[in-house]
Write a protein that binds this ligand. Structure first.
Ligand code: UDP
Ligand code: MG
Length: 199
């Protein structure tokens, strides 16, 4: 296969029902940009029908490839495996549960084609979350902003990273990574795009 312009890395833990709509919405957005792409689904030890759903998608779409973990290792490990496996000139990282609207990939790719090396999707409106969760997220983002000297309010793992950024992150020796913190820290030309989080 020729090098795809865009890789999409999707960590998935028990997301069987969401994968088909996610892939079809992603492919229609990327095809409208004439983008050659690969979609890597990282199955993080799911116990539902995710294995079957990924097999169906792989046979239907040559762009889709699944990597299966032997057990549940957590989202950060799934993101790290995706970063190792992706070969695109840029890679988009996004959740499988449709809380990261797939239509935003078009604006992300256009921002990258204009010269951005990191495109951060930032939460404008959070989904309906319990007050305590919301408060803890705010406190966490505030402490992280201070530590990283970067504004982490509304930060999400929905991001596009240019190949050069992926290379820099892969050269970091950390084995346990905090993806969104490391991207905020690593530098490069960064842009932000706002989105509302569906419930
Ligand atoms: N996820 C994963 N491993 C886990 C937990 C979650 O790969 O152990 C995936 C999940 O399938 C989803 C993304 O990580 O695609 C975000 O998870 P979740 O929706 O639970 O997080 P939240 O929306 O609360 O940030
Ligand atoms: Mg979610």
């Amino acid at each position: 296969m020729n090098t795809p312009e865009i890789s999409v890395v999707v960590p998935a833990f028990n997301e069987s029902a969401n994968l088909e709509p996610l892939v079809s919405r992603l492919l229609s957005g990327l095809r409208s940009l004439s983008c050659m792409c690969e979609i890597l689904i990282i199955n993080d030890g799911s116990t539902d029908a995710t294995l079957k759903a990924t097999a169906a998608l792989e046979s239907q779409h040559p762009e889709v490839r699944a990597i299966h973990f032997s057990r549940n290792f957590g989202k950060e490990a799934a993101l790290a495996a995706g970063m190792d496996a992706a070969i695109g000139r840029a890679t988009i990282f996004m959740d499988a549960d449709l809380q990261h609207p797939p239509e935003l990939v078009q604006q992300m790719v256009l921002a990258w084609r204009r010269g951005a090396q990191v495109v951060n999707a930032v939460k404008r409106r959070r989904s309906a979350e319990p007050l305590l969760y919301r408060w803890c997220a705010k406190l966490f983002n505030h402490s992280m902003s201070t530590a990283l000297r970067s504004n982490m309010a509304g930060a999400s793992d929905y991001k596009l990273l240019d190949r050069s950024v992926i290379q820099a992150l892969l050269e970091c020796p950390e084995r346990v990574r905090f993806f969104r913190g490391m991207v905020a820290w690593v530098g490069f030309r960064q842009e932000r795009l706002e989105f509302d989080v569906p419930d």
